[in-house]
Design a protein around this ligand. Structure first.
Ligand code: NAP
Length: 247
């Protein structure tokens, strides 16, 4: 029960990687707040709560909107009075070649993937600095390190997360708050189901471990960075990709 007594927020936890992270913290005994864009998140919260016998609160909202983030943190503080772990996981793709990409689709991906990390981390770190304890983990991607055809908006957002992570880590390290990122490779979720079979085959053929990762593989890396075992690690980006970045 490594996370007993901890209050953990996971954004974008209705499915895929976010849900696996929420379940990993639940397994460790944490109290969890999960978010997604619709009220369906309340059912997800109930399911996780009854499976692991921990308190789970579902809050609907758009993490790229300042007023929604403010509401979310008011709820967290009213109900729990603190936040120990904050995982910025919510993300979207709107893939197409740069020359065909609209400015609106560029902005949409930057807003949901990167602006949200700024807004949520800012709110969380204000509380964590006062507590003199906190763990922030941001979901980047190896695409933010190597780029990818058709993903200029997504790659920019995920590279931005790495820069934000390093900057915030330096700013608040002295208050015992760590800020790290995880960079997954190719993980089997709804997000990657949208990719064409050909692109999927190309990705899989490049992975030295010859298979896609699972949401649970990413959840374990997040749990490590949020645990006491990682208390002297900050500003780091942990790649979890079966070796894909080596190619
Ligand atoms: P997913 O299955 O598409 O799930 C995305 C989650 O984000 C959903 O819970 C979704 O909620 C939520 N979300 C989307 N927009 C939001 C918003 N504006 N406000 C709040 N929540 C929002 O994606 P995934 O594959 O699990 O990916 C999770 C994270 O890992 C993302 O940041 C992604 O970029 C990153 N990642 C994934 C891979 C991969 O191979 N899958 C690789 C590298 C990095 P709704 O249910 O309401 O839509």
């Amino acid at each position: 029960m490594e996370f007993q007594g901890k209050i953990a927020l996971v954004t974008g936890a209705s499915r895929g990687i976010g849900r696996a992270i929420a379940e990993r913290f639940a397994k460790g005994g944490a109290t969890i707040i999960v978010t997604a864009t619709t009220n369906a998140i309340e059912d997800v919260a109930k399911e996780i709560s009854s499976k692991y016998n921990v308190e789970v609160l579902g809050v609907a909202g758009n993490v790229s909107k300042e007023e929604d983030v403010e509401k979310l943190f008011n709820i967290i503080l009213d109900k729990f009075g603190k936040i120990d772990i904050c995982v910025n996981n919510a993300g979207i793709t709107k893939d197409t070649l740069s020359m065909r990409m609209s400015a609106d689709d560029f902005d949409a991906v930057i807003n949901v993937n990167l602006r949200s990390v700024f807004l949520v981390s800012k709110a969380a770190s204000l509380i964590m600095m006062k507590q003199k304890y906190g763990r922030i983990v941001n979901m980047s991607s190896i695409v933010g390190m190597r780029g990818n055809i058709g993903q200029a908006n997504y790659a920019a957002s995920k590279a931005g997360i790495i820069g934000l992570t390093k900057s915030l880590a330096s700013e608040i390290a002295r208050r015992n708050v760590t800020v790290n990122a995880v960079a997954p490779g190719f993980i089997d979720t709804d997000m990657t189901k949208a990719i064409s079979d050909k692109a999927k085959e190309d990705f899989l053929s490049m992975i030295p471990m010859e298979k896609a990762g699972t949401p649970e593989d990413i959840a374990e890396a997040v749990a490590f960075l949020a645990s006491d075992a990682a208390k002297y690690i900050t500003g780091h980006t942990l790649v979890v990709d079966g070796g894909l970045l080596l190619r």
